[in-house]
Ligand binder design. Structure first.
Ligand code: FES
Length: 309
């Protein structure tokens, strides 16, 4: 069960023409719950729409969180127009994407608004003296939010790749060799994630960390062929109609996993699959994980799946 807390929009500013940064404070307390860099929160907007956002501020700042909202659809336009002082509801921070403890070196790659989780991951790493480099890619410098703040934080360890400066990051070259203890991270649009996964195909699975800022649209989560799932622990079979998600059906049966983004982006709703053919639609599971797991919010099956539930 997810705990929702009331938060107030304490401040807002446009970081680029399409990105609005909102500062959120707890509506009744002086502090927000603690979180680890890279965590996100699921916001419930005034019309009931839910949207997941990375917390884009230093975890040491306990009294407020920043989120950066790219205007790209219904939920984000509500957040772009929301006046300061408005009330929202936020989940406690959900971990999922974060710096690997004990890593010797962190190589981070962000695409545009995909910079945001790194803004909460980096300050603790910098304070700890970690070896961390961030490669930021965007079509043009003016379209990438919070670049100046990131430069202050990282200095020369921020490497920018802006299309309008004719600089293009060669991921295959950057990630050609893997040194033990090095971890690589990527947050950005799907095409960038695919290129990153291809460039790190020879890396150990545990050294690769990905997150997308863009979950799938809700209609993609609830459309497709009907299929069924057998729950191995109880022997119960559930039918998933063409117009519903597996997550919905599991919720109705009282056996649903926790969920967060509900758009295939965070991996919170993942369950183990024992048999059957999965139609993976998520943006978060790596190849080896896909062989034995599935997200329930967007992925579907063909025929019957057997789940370890
Ligand atoms: S809830 Fe985020 S991937 Fe399913």
């Amino acid at each position: 069960m997810r705990v929702l807390m009331p938060v107030t929009v304490a401040d807002a500013r446009m970081a680029t023409p399409r990105v609005r940064v909102l500062t959120l404070r707890h509506a009744r307390r002086d502090r927000l719950p603690p979180f680890q860099g890279g965590a996100h929160t699921l916001l419930t907007l005034p019309d009931g729409t839910k949207r997941a956002y990375s917390i884009a501020s230093d975890p040491a700042r306990e009294e407020a969180w920043d989120i950066a909202v790219l205007r790209e659809g219904h939920g984000s336009s509500i957040l772009h127009e929301l006046p300061v002082g408005s009330r929202l509801y936020a989940t406690h921070p959900q971990a999922g994407f974060g710096a690997a403890a004990g890593a010797a070196r962190h190589v981070m790659v962000a695409g545009g608004i995909g910079l945001t989780p790194f803004l909460s991951m980096l300050p603790p790493l910098i304070r700890a003296g970690a070896d961390a480099t961030l490669h930021l890619c965007a079509r043009e410098e003016g379209s990438a939010p919070l670049v100046a703040e990131t430069r202050v934080l990282l200095g020369e360890r921020l490497v920018t790749w802006f299309g309008d400066a004719r600089r293009r990051l060669d991921l295959a070259a950057l990630l050609a060799g893997h040194e033990p203890g090095t971890h690589a991270y990527c947050c950005g649009p799907q095409r960038m994630l695919e290129a990153f996964r291809a460039a790190t195909a020879h890396w150990p699975d545990e050294a690769i960390h990905t997150e997308t800022f863009l979950g799938l649209a809700p209609e993609r989560a609830t459309s497709g062929e009907a299929f069924s799932v057998r729950l191995a622990r109880s022997g119960v079979t559930l039918d998933v109609p063409a117009n519903r998600s597996l997550l919905d059906v599991l919720r109705e049966a009282g056996v649903a996993p926790e969920a967060s983004c509900e758009g295939g982006a965070c991996g919170t709703c993942t369950v183990p699959v024992l048999a059957g053919r999965v139609v993976h639609r998520d943006l978060c599971l790596s190849g080896p994980k896909r062989a034995r797991m599935m997200t329930t919010c967007v992925s579907r099956g063909e025929g019957e799946l057997i789940l370890d539930l």
